[in-house]
Design a protein around this ligand. Structure first.
Ligand code: ATP
Length: 305
């Protein structure tokens, strides 16, 4: 069961006190509210939070089990919410007292690996220094490992990371992220890294209905809405866009909305009266979407703009 759904424990129950003191229920409820779908991901995060909370209570009663390993891998296609969930995870770990600061430092290979001999170690250490007390999120982590080049400096970064993941795991959580198949290959070739990752979490692609809900959420946060026809057209847009190359789940939704906002603004410039009308200023209509190239491209052609 998800701990955000637990019945309130009786007053005086130590779990109740720890739960209230952690503020974790609020964070999990917020995660549930603000992120559409992702049921298996939310379940795993609830489980990890429960483990940490119970672990803390056990330690207070003398049942120490050693610091749990919290390094994770988030695998999934682009735009499935990995960075967003990593940010929430950092906040949860902070609330539970597992990291001092709770910030997230997001990097890719280029931030860790140098071009010349002697550059990689100081680069990697600098990033680790910034991330201490929080979460280090390494996107497309598999690019650190290039077996085709024996002298690739990525290996040096991996070795430093492994050391710090083992020795400073009470002050730093590392999350490795990327496409599932490439992550699996990376872990198969790097058993040292694989053995240090305690939690592997898969991020599924969103379905059309979820993407529609994500669009609704994004629009309302920006004080926009679709009218009824635009909502229908957007579903059609999504179905077409999902069949095109380079589709990136919620990121593509955000990009589509940004372009619709541009067209909405241009349309209003041609209707001066509408500029003083709240409904017009906040409503995206079907023509704002239908002007997208997605509607003129045959399926499986180049990406839209
Ligand atoms: N389930 C969701 N509900 C609402 N918004 C979401 C959801 N998933 C992703 N988003 C939004 O979509 C955008 C892309 O998400 P995010 O950057 O977390 O994806 P990612 O998996 O890290 O992909 P990438 O590697 O392409 O950045 C963000 O603006 C995020 O807020």
């Amino acid at each position: 069961m998800d701990i955000s759904e637990l019945p309130a424990p009786a007053p005086g129950n130590p779990f109740a006190a720890a739960l209230a003191a952690s503020g974790i229920t609020g964070l999990l409820a917020q995660l549930d509210r603000e992120l559409i779908g992702l049921a298996p991901v939310k379940q795993r995060i609830g489980d990890i939070a429960a483990l940490l909370l119970v672990d803390k209570l056990r330690a207070e009663r003398g049942f120490a089990a050693g610091a749990p390993s919290l390094h994770m891998s988030f695998s999934g296609n682009p735009g499935t919410g990995k960075t967003t969930v990593a940010l929430r995870m950092a906040a949860i770990l902070h609330k539970l007292g597992y990291v001092r600061k709770g910030h997230l430092v997001a990097v890719t290979r280029d931030d860790l690996v140098g071009q010349y001999i002697g550059h990689t170690a100081p680069k990697t250490r600098e990033v680790l220094k910034k991330a201490m007390g929080g979460v280090l999120f390494i996107d497309e982590a598999y690019y650190l490992y290039r077996p085709e080049n024996e002298r690739d400096y990525g290996q040096e970064a991996i070795e430093i990371l492994l050391q710090v993941m083992e020795n400073q795991r009470d002050d730093l959580v590392v999350i490795l992220a990327g496409y599932k198949d490439r992550m699996d290959t990376f872990f198969a070739s790097n058993p040292g890294m694989s053995s240090r990752i305690a939690h592997h979490i898969d991020f599924p692609d969103y379905g059309v209905a979820e993407l529609g809900q994500i669009a609704g959420l994004m629009l309302s946060t920006m004080h926009y809405r679709f009218d009824d026809e635009a909502a229908r057209v957007f579903t059609d847009y999504l179905e077409r866009r999902m069949a095109q190359p380079h589709f990136a789940n919620a990121r593509s939704v955000r990009n589509a909305l940004d372009r619709a906002r541009l067209r909405h603004a241009s349309r209003l410039m041609g209707q001066p009266d509408a500029l003083a009308d709240d409904a017009a200023l906040t409503t995206i209509t079907a023509p704002d979407l239908l002007a997208s190239r997605v509607f003129s491209l045959p399926v499986r052609e180049q990406a839209p703009c």
